[in-house]
Design a protein around this ligand. Structure first.
Ligand code: NAD
Length: 481
């Protein structure tokens, strides 16, 4: 069986304890490869390698670092099909998603930050005729990048690319549930000749690998994407260390549909925003609020379109819905559906395991599920489910919908559907979330900072902000009198 290996100091290695975890294909429930069950000893080796590589890497020219980023991007392009396949098998997501969203975006991440670095610069401020101030940025040292399973290579590279191009060296950990594309990235790093120790990738579980990484005294910054519970744990464990920290965490995003919306576009996009990647995108809108006057019509159209989603083998190009990532996650999602039933909600469609048969009989499939009749305060409407489950709730006024939308502890993203631009702007200002889309969804300009508010995020990633986050800032003031 294929063994995934750690990537330390330019070499692919088994973990020191020789232990491996099963890597399961969620579409079949079968183990198809093995992933290192690494420990603190591997983390220490990786941090030491990154520390040793830092002086030389941080002093390479921007041009050299940018060239490496472009070479990695080119390799991702060259290996697009293999990476797409690997990510689909690892995560259960359809190739139609991994091949058009995840893998192209992973390539773009390296290209974007390569371009951004060529434009990144310090600033000068003149204090009348008395002084000239200049602000410089320099790399921090060794930084830790930790990512989740839902967009495995996309989110992994979103952290690694800005860290490397800014001149830091990196110790990174992908999710133990979806390690394969990170492993392929380590092979790419070797192929493009990235200097030893500049990037190190350690596989394994959170407490065994992630915790020693973030707590290692030589780690200067932590960039984490994952659940709010883990983010909180990390923040608490490094409080007082004064490491830079960026946490991108959970969400419970709202999708607000006003009666004056472009109806067909709103329905079509709502199906996508509810169920893309089986609802396992942090930006998916899992709470759909619809203005009362079009509620029944919208509901009927949404249910009809949802029932048309093709669920099946993730590797078939026509498949729109694959499997959720693991048995544990499947159980978690079903527990919320059961909770909704206990609250006498109506399951409009879905609600059950999707029976696939054949080799997919043991896969972790869930029918796309729409639920109505729950209070906005129900646990199903307050907690992150992160699966193919969305609720529908009618509303009568802007004030009423804003109260419901802002009632959760989360604040990651929201969508608003209205043709009234004034209302679009007004509502967008009042929604407590880091991102608001008006008449669109998941459209990202990478120059904009990305992140949530409330318990969805601390710090922001993306654009120039990512390069600033990965840098030490110094203000030098020259007296001129
Ligand atoms: P998770 O928090 O369980 O794990 C995320 C990563 O942290 C994994 O690599 C895991 O091994 C590691 N980890 C676990 N315990 C750790 C510890 N004690 N110390 C250090 N690292 C540790 O999250 P998940 O289940 O992999 O991902 C799903 C979550 O990610 C959802 O909540 C989703 O909303 C969130 N997410 C957020 C964004 C965003 O940009 N805000 C994007 C994608 C996913």
């Amino acid at each position: 069986m294929k063994k995934i290996l750690n990537y330390i100091n330019g070499e692919l290695k088994e973990p020191k304890n020789k232990k491996f975890l099963d890597n399961v294909n969620p579409a079949t429930g079968q183990v198809y490869s093995l992933v290192p069950d690494s420990s603190e000893a591997d983390v220490s080796e990786a941090v030491a390698a990154a520390e040793q590589a830092f002086p030389a890497w941080s002093q390479t020219s921007v041009e050299t670092r940018v060239r490496f980023m472009r070479k990695i991007a080119d390799k991702i392009q060259e290996k697009h099909d293999a990476l797409t396949l690997a990510e689909s098998i690892d995560s259960g997501k359809p190739v139609s998603v991994s091949g058009t969203v995840d893998i192209p975006r992973s390539k773009t991440n390296f290209e974007f930050f390569a371009d951004a670095m060529t434009q990144f610069h310090g600033e000068t401020f003149q204090t009348d005729t008395r002084a000239l101030n200049y602000v410089t940025y320099s790399p921090l040292g060794v930084v830790a990048c930790i990512s989740p399973w839902n967009l495995p290579l996309y989110l992994f590279t979103w952290k690694i690319a800005p860290a490397l191009v800014a001149g830091n060296t990196v110790v990174a950990k992908p999710s133990e549930l979806t390690p394969m594309t990170a492993f392929l990235l380590s092979e790419i790093a070797i192929e493009v000749g990235l200097p030893k120790g500049v990037l190190n990738i350690i596989h394994g579980r959170g407490p065994e690998v992630g915790a020693p990484m973030v707590n290692h005294p030589s780690i200067k910054a932590v960039s984490f994407t994952g659940s709010t519970a883990t983010g909180r744990h990390i923040a608490q464990s490094i409080a007082g260390s004064f490491k830079k920290i960026s946490l991108e965490m959970g969400g419970k995003n709202a999708n607000i549909v006003f009666a004056d919306c472009d109806f067909n576009k709103a329905v079509e996009t709502t199906v996508r925003s509810s169920f893309s990647n089986q609802g396992q995108i942090c930006l998916c809108g899992s709470r759909i609020f619809v203005e009362k006057s079009i509620y029944e019509k919208f509901k009927a159209a949404l249910v009809e379109k949802t029932l048309q989603l093709k669920q099946g083998d993730p590797l078939k190009p026509e498949t729109q819905q694959g499997a959720v990532v693991s048995k544990d996650h499947q159980d978690k999602v079903f527990s919320y559906i059961e909770h909704a039933k206990g609250e006498k909600a109506t399951i409009l469609c879905g609600g059950k395991k999707a029976e696939m048969g054949g080799e997919f009989a043991g896969g972790y499939y869930i029918q796309p599920t729409l639920i109505e009749g729950l209070s906005y305060q129900s646990k199903v409407n307050q907690e992150e489910i992160f699966g193919p489950v969305a609720t529908l709730t009618p509303f009568e006024s802007e004030d009423e919908v804003l109260k419901m939308v802002n009632s959760t502890k989360y604040g990651l993203a929201a969508s608003v559907w209205t043709q009234d631009l004034k209302r679009g702007h007004r509502i967008a200002q009042k929604i407590e979330s880091g991102i608001v889309w008006v008449n669109t969804w998941m459209l990202r300009d990478l120059r904009t900072p990305f992140g949530g508010v409330k318990e969805s995020g601390v710090g922001r990633e993306g654009g120039k902000h990512a390069l600033e986050f990965m840098s030490e800032v110094k203000n030098i003031c020259i007296g001129m009198e």
